[in-house]
Write a protein that binds this ligand. Structure first.
Ligand code: ATP
Length: 322
């Protein structure tokens, strides 16, 4: 094939805004707007995230935008993770064309229902664990797992999103984490200072960004270190929230939330029943020392998941919502 025809093929595949019909705005981030859009070619519905270049520049967010794009490209296609189909740009904006999550955020579902039944919680936990296992197998730590970052598609199946805080581990870092059981330097968005007893909003720090305090792991707060275990801490917080309707650690201020986290100050409500198996999982995920915390394999062999066949991906991702 000649160089010219090769270039021609590549150019013809490249998408731009004219390849989509844009509809309503379905959400807004701190430097982005997300629209529902339909491809004029395959008539499929997508979500198109439009990021303002000037805003990214002004707020120094280029790094996070690149991390999100690179991570989604590494992850490729998995039913439990939003797929990034195309990226393109014009003078003012960057465009990310991703899977459309018709049913919004898992957080909205929790708020609507108050809390989820054990069955529904298990349905989502199974998908979450399988997707997280895949993310970790690619040497990626998500680092911002929370119900706002878990979207629901048209069949109410979950898709993990928002990889702007993710860490793609180098070979050397992977060796440290997997073989030597060490942690790597995490960046503590929350700027929690144990000595001064103060916390400042991350928005005031250059190069960092605002996050939700409730799901941050104690090792990140205390030592600014993290590994795959920090995602499992967040899974513990999410399971608690599915069952109880609120996260386990929530103080009146961000600082008080951090104090609760490092003191492991949470309690199951005593006004309603939570099965001992679920309590057992939560207790084993919400463990201060990352090395003693449940890993994905420990969850997979837990009796609560005894009816789940983890090797049969079809059965996980084709299961009907209870
Ligand atoms: P921030 O950048 O401030 O952390 P964010 O990460 O939520 O916010 P976006 O990823 O731009 O920012 O998402 C903005 C909103 O759009 C989200 O709250 C979500 O509800 C909605 N949204 C994002 N992605 C999708 C999608 N693929 N399908 C449907 N809705 C989406």
């Amino acid at each position: 094939m000649s160089a010219t025809s090769h270039n021609y093929i590549n150019r013809s595949r490249k998408r731009s805004a004219v390849d989509f019909q844009f509809y309503e705005c379905i959400g807004e981030g701190s430097y982005s707007k997300v629209y529902r859009a339909i491809s004029i070619h395959n008539h499929r519905t997508y979500a198109v995230k439009i990021l303002s270049k000037s805003h990214i520049q002004r707020e120094n967010k280029r790094k996070y935008v690149n991390i999100e794009k690179d991570t989604l490209n590494i992850l490729g296609k998995h039913p439990g993770i939003v797929t990034l189909y195309y990226t393109f740009q014009d003078d003012k904006s960057l465009y990310f064309v991703i899977d459309f999550a018709k049913n919004g955020e898992l957080l909205s579902l929790i708020r609507k229902l108050g809390s989820l039944s054990e069955n529904l919680s298990k349905y989502y936990m199974t998908q979450l664990i399988d997707a997280l296992d895949f993310i970790h197998s690619k040497g990626i730590i998500h680092r911002d797992m929370k119900p706002e970052n878990i979207l629901l598609n048209h069949e109410w199946k979950l898709m993990i999103t928002d990889f702007g805080a993710a860490k793609v581990l180098s070979e050397e870092e992977l060796r440290l984490l997997r073989q030597d059981n060490k942690q790597i330097n995490g960046y503590n968005n929350y700027n929690y200072n144990m000595e001064s007893g103060k916390s400042s909003s991350s928005s005031t720090r250059t190069g960092s960004f605002v996050g939700t305090a409730e799901y941050v792991s104690p090792e990140l707060l205390k030592y600014n270190m993290c590994g795959f275990e920090c995602d499992l801490w967040a899974v513990g917080c999410i399971l608690f929230q599915l069952i109880v309707g609120r996260p386990p650690f929530k103080g009146a201020t961000e600082y008080l939330t951090f104090e609760k986290i490092i003191a492991l100050d949470y309690k199951f409500p005593d006004n309603y029943y939570i099965s001992p198996m679920i309590q057992d999982i939560i207790r084993n995920l919400l463990i201060l020392k990352p090395n003693n915390r449940y890993k994905i394999v420990d969850l997979q062999v837990h009796p609560w998941f005894k009816d789940v066949n983890w090797t049969n991906k079809e059965s996980i991702w084709k299961a009907k919502v209870p």
